[in-house]
Design a protein around this ligand. Structure first.
Ligand SMILES: NC(=O)c1ccc[n+]([C@@H]2O[C@H](COP(=O)([O-])OP(=O)(O)OC[C@H]3O[C@@H](n4cnc5c(N)ncnc54)[C@H](OP(=O)(O)O)[C@@H]3O)[C@@H](O)[C@H]2O)c1
Length: 274
């Protein structure tokens, strides 16, 4: 029985691993995990004694043809250098570090590579995981990745050139959405006698209801706007302000994340390729 390896049990790694276990798509017996601070695996080990906790990354790599790398972006290179004598061109590495391009990764590893951009929303089994593969990944590997990430999210395969913009819409978006609604609530507070708790509770319930309406009510954004902002009504006045101000604001947001991505990719490429 081939084992599946997972390196890095931090914020994202723990969400993905717990999601996989909760969905039962992979038996714990097939999983091997290693992480730097081993005490972080105490609870998981207690709840799932069938999972193998490897003493280090090398020992994990020796047993696994499929290895998920969930360490921080700056730590991926060290992990690959550490396990390079245990992996071959048949090994499938699946990593989740946004700024690290597949081309840069290929400078150190010539095998099968999949890059996945998950989202914190997977913590509640929702949202989108973006996926792209290098040319060596087979149909079977693609299906395997779909099964794993499909257990915690919807899976969308995408060209790497569109990955950054798509990541803004899926992986960064929970933070963007929270910030936008925090501002809307704050403005409500400034313009009324409502306190923070009241305004945020209203906002959160409305946000949840709107998402549910779109999802369960089979509506799209246009329909929601049209149904609420009736012609000549009050909501329409607010929509006019948003139509005027938000396109430029969001274009600026995409420009800012593009610039940051460009710098991050260059730094990582210099580190990896030197
Ligand atoms: N958070 C998000 O919403 C999100 C979304 C999409 C993608 N990502 C990407 O996910 C990656 C991980 O992010 P994160 O937020 O999960 O980071 P994190 O919380 O710092 O988790 C990284 C984990 O990897 C462990 N680790 C570090 N070096 C290691 C090594 N050499 N061998 C074994 N384990 C090692 C760390 O150990 P210690 O416990 O000792 O520090 C930590 O537990 C990043 O590349 C990030 O860009 C994150």
């Amino acid at each position: 029985m081939d084992k599946i390896g997972f390196i890095g049990y931090g914020s994202m790694g723990s969400v993905i691993i717990k999601g996989i276990l909760d969905s039962n798509i992979l038996e714990g017996e097939r999983m091997v995990i290693s992480t730097r601070s081993r005490n972080k695996l105490d609870e998981l080990g207690k709840n799932h004694p069938e999972i193998e906790i490897a003493p280090n990354n090398i020992s994990l790599a020796r047993k696994c043809q499929n290895i998920f790398i969930f360490v921080g972006t700056g730590e991926v290179k060290g992990v690959i250098e550490e396990i390079k004598h245990e992996i071959s061109e048949n090994t499938h590495i699946i990593y989740i570090s946004a700024g690290l391009t597949i081309e840069t990764f290929e400078s150190k590893f010539k095998g099968k590579i999949t890059k996945v951009i998950p989202s914190l929303t997977s913590e509640v089994g929702e949202g989108v995981s973006l996926v792209c593969h290098n040319a060596k990944v087979t149909f079977k590997d693609i299906e395997f990745v779909k099964t794993i990430f499909g257990s915690i999210s919807s899976v969308k395969t995408i060209e790497e050139e569109d990955l950054e913009v798509a990541s803004d819409l899926t992986s960064c978006a929970p933070a963007f959405i929270a910030q936008i609604f925090r501002e809307l609530a704050s403005s409500g507070i400034r313009n009324s006698n409502l306190n923070k708790e009241e305004a945020e509770e209203m906002m959160i319930k409305t946000l949840y209801g709107t998402a549910k309406l779109i999802h369960e009510g089979n509506m799209n954004f246009d329909e929601v706007v049209t149904r609420v902002a009736t012609k000549g009504g009050i909501t329409q006045e607010g929509i006019k302000v948003l139509e005027k101000r938000t396109p430029l604001m969001f274009d600026e947001l995409f420009k800012a994340t593009y610039n940051k991505n460009k710098i991050r990719k260059q730094i990582l490429n210099d580190e990896w390729v030197k």
